[in-house]
Design a protein around this ligand. Structure first.
Ligand code: AMP
Length: 258
């Protein structure tokens, strides 16, 4: 595996699959690597904790970083090139162009500027790496929808692949942020997948999934519970703050994101 820190050093040929990550790699990332490995000649993963998508400086500072371990996981997963630039390689002095995507609701409303940061860094990565396909997780379904819209609106000609959410055996969606949870907080966090599962079950019986999800939180107050329409696909999405850690999750109610 080649580790590349600068844009100038990247020299790729063949059909390229790109998996953008912020590191602290886990089984969710591994699942994206596995599929991307099988579908492309060259597998590029990016490892970049993107300052532009954090609305809180404290959140950016606390974001887990385990680069040595990440290199091993990426190598094991068959990544050919790991692109791990420093922040000023991606945002040099004078940087001032942003991709603003018209998407509100849930994360779009709860974290102003977040999707602008995500869309901008991903378009930069798409231009730098020139992949045929890019891989995202359903855990961040709105993010994937934002990128599908950017690709369509700006005619980027990249296939956006969305793969299922990988969960721990207790149901919690795996996230780099889960390491920040104390054992007690982790138990509290289980309210998120449980409430969403209750909401999805209620939906299959033709009743209001949002009300059912709120009730299933059982006195815990989520950041939001919302039905989100992603270009014809409906998800039930929720966010929950547990201690200092904000977790998001969603379940698919209608349509297919893949
Ligand atoms: P991150 O490093 O958290 O920015 O995530 C990088 C990519 O991995 C994003 O497309 C995420 O949606 C995806 N991802 C993160 N967690 C999971 C998970 N538990 N299952 C599937 N994909 C995931």
């Amino acid at each position: 595996m080649k580790i590349v820190r600068s844009i100038a050093e990247l020299d790729l040929t063949g059909v390229v699959g790109l998996v953008p990550t912020m590191g602290a790699l886990h089984d969710g990332h591994r699942s994206l690597f596995r599929v991307a490995r099988a579908e492309n000649d060259v597998l590029v993963a990016s490892l970049f904790v993107n300052p532009a998508q954090f609305d809180q400086q404290a959140d950016l500072a606390a974001y887990p970083r385990h680069e040595e371990r990440d290199l091993e996981i990426a190598e094991d997963a068959g990544v050919d090139v790991l692109f791990a630039p420093a922040a000023d390689e991606m945002y040099p002095p004078g940087f001032g162009t942003w991709i603003d995507v018209d998407l509100t609701g849930a994360e779009g409303t709860s974290r102003p500027g977040h999707f602008r940061g995500v869309a901008t860094v991903c378009v930069k990565l798409f231009n730098i790496v020139q992949p045929r396909r890019a891989y995202f997780g359903q855990k961040d379904a709105q993010q994937a929808a934002v990128l599908r819209r950017v690709v369509r609106d700006l005619n980027l000609g990249i296939e956006i692949r969305v793969l299922p959410t990988i969960r721990d055996t207790d149901g919690l969606a795996i996230s780099s942020r889960n390491v920040q949870l104390s054992p007690a907080e982790r138990t509290e966090a289980l309210a998120l997948p449980r409430a969403l599962a209750a909401g999805a079950e209620t939906y299959t019986r033709g009743r209001d999934p949002v009300a059912a999800t709120r009730t299933a939180f059982n006195g815990v107050t989520p950041d939001y519970v919302e039905l989100v329409d992603l270009d014809g696909v409906t998800i039930l999405a929720a966010a929950l703050k547990v201690g200092n850690t904000r977790l998001i999750d969603n379940v698919l109610l209608k349509g297919d994101l893949s």
